[in-house]
Design a protein around this ligand. Structure first.
Ligand SMILES: *Cc1c(COP(=O)(O)O)cnc(C)c1O
Length: 441
């Protein structure tokens, strides 16, 4: 492993006696994270103007900074203002512009929390927040309200209470460890959490969301991978936003995880001035799949306070998908989602391909603009479903439907539920009605 000129300079400025062994030690990287302006300037050998300093100080007082020496070393000082690494890691005065629609907790993660450390939004899976620290404080963090908030580091008791909730809730088959960054916990501590979850029979899969392969690739060690392997199936989702972030160190970290049998996914946030470009996005997804990472989600930037300067119109995301679907490998295309404010969850959006429909034909268009038809069957015998699989001709042999109550659009489509419409509880049209009829009845 050889260090770049910039990395050598940063390393010796921090500690004249340090060498590659220190640089590649994740704990050294964490201990020497850059948290103040002076260190930042001296390590990069730059001097900010008085105005820039003032702006920086005001922003960092509200939303603190922390950057690993490794991630700092990726900043291109020759074009700092447009550098994707700089823009994601260094405080900007724009963060203090709070717009009328902005919210501290737009996704209602705190409100949808039935137990400590748990956000339970969807029927069969939960978010378990096990760590409140991150190797790098992303400027676009959706949980910006919590960044640097030492008081809320979950205790072992709090995590145990969260795990207990999962144990008592048989419908949870998928547990998503997040935070903070779960990989900032020690191997031993993470091993304990994973073992506790694995001991719960109804927990089928465990997922870990981490940005360490991007900002602290040194964290991916043979010991960590060996520990994770014991708790399979474990899926790892990382967070690359720009092709420049896939350095040799990152690639090595991803290779170790993939070789360890951990399926890898990636979540990207669509960020104005960083990756809101079809060509950048295509380069990113291609680099990811070459490194065995499946692009999973492309997120529309949330309505959290302090993120307004990063937001793009939704049309930009659709334009990016338009440039990917059909143009490149299907598994290189992430699902573009808007995480609904108010806790509605992730809503997929994409270009329209279904142009029209008759009783026996659909009209579609493809990525090239070719308009085509698909002839539907003239006769189709629908299978009536009352969820009694014993009486059904389809050989599914499910002992019983364990999905609980059906909800949402699925409920409207089903044979076994009489609901004919879904309307918001506070719909004015219904409150104007004289009789007691409830929405959906
Ligand atoms: C994103 C998210 C999940 C996982 O959603 P998937 O679509 O299954 O990846 C679960 N819980 C919460 C609260 C989430 O925000």
């Amino acid at each position: 492993m050889t260090l770049s000129q910039v990395q050598k300079k940063i390393l010796t400025t921090i500690d004249p006696h340090a060498g590659v062994a220190q640089w590649t030690d994740w704990k050294w990287q964490m201990r020497n994270s850059i948290r103040d302006l002076k260190t930042y300037e001296s390590l990069l050998g730059i001097e900010l103007s008085h105005e820039q300093r003032e702006a920086f100080t005001q922003t960092a007082a509200k939303f603190p900074m922390s950057i690993t020496p490794y991630y700092l070393s990726l900043i291109n000082t020759a074009d700092m203002e447009n550098d994707p690494v700089f823009l994601q890691s260094v405080p900007s005065p724009h963060e203090l512009h709070i717009l009328p629609g902005d919210m501290a907790d737009p996704l209602h993660e705190d409100r949808d929390s039935p137990a400590p450390c748990v956000t339970h939004r969807y029927p069969d899976r939960v978010l378990l927040l096990v760590s409140n620290t991150c190797p790098m404080y992303c400027r676009h963090c959706t949980r910006k309200r919590k960044v640097g908030d030492q008081d809320t580091i979950p205790s072992r008791e709090a995590i145990s209470a969260g795990i207990e909730y999962i144990r008592q809730t048989p419908r949870v088959r998928d547990v998503l460890l997040s935070g903070g960054d779960p990989f900032l916990l020690s191997d031993e501590y993470l091993d304990w959490i994973l073992a506790e979850l694995r001991a719960i029979p109804h927990v089928e899969i465990i997922r870990i969301g981490t940005r360490t392969p991007v900002v602290l690739p040194q964290r991916i060690t043979p010991e960590l991978v060996a520990m994770l392997k014991k708790h399979q199936p474990v899926w790892v989702n990382t967070h690359f936003n720009h092709p420049r972030e896939l350095t040799q160190s990152s690639k090595n970290a991803l290779a170790m995880l993939a070789d360890g049998g951990l399926p890898l996914g990636n979540q990207t946030v669509l960020l104005s001035g960083i990756n809101d470009c079809p060509r950048i996005m295509k380069a990113l997804v291609h680099k990811l799949v070459r490194n065995r990472v499946r692009p999973y989600y492309l997120y529309q930037c949330d309505l959290s306070e302090g993120l307004s300067h990063f937001r793009t119109p939704v049309g930009k995301g659709i334009e990016i998908l338009e440039s990917l679907i059909g143009h490149t490998s299907g598994f290189s295309v992430p699902t573009y989602v808007i995480d609904a404010p108010g806790g509605g969850g992730k809503i997929p959006v994409m270009p329209n391909y279904l142009i029209s429909w008759s009783t026996n034909k659909v009209v579609l268009r493809n990525y090239e603009g070719v308009i085509t038809t698909y002839k539907e069957p003239d006769s189709y015998e629908p299978t009536f479903c009352d969820r009694n699989c014993d009486r059904c001709d389809l050989q599914l042999n499910l002992s019983d439907a364990d999905e609980g109550e059906s909800i949402g659009i699925q409920q409207l489509l089903s044979d076994y539920d009489e609901t004919i419409s879904l309307v918001p509880a506070s719909n004015e049209r219904f409150s104007r009605r004289k009789d007691e009829e409830q929405p959906g009845e």
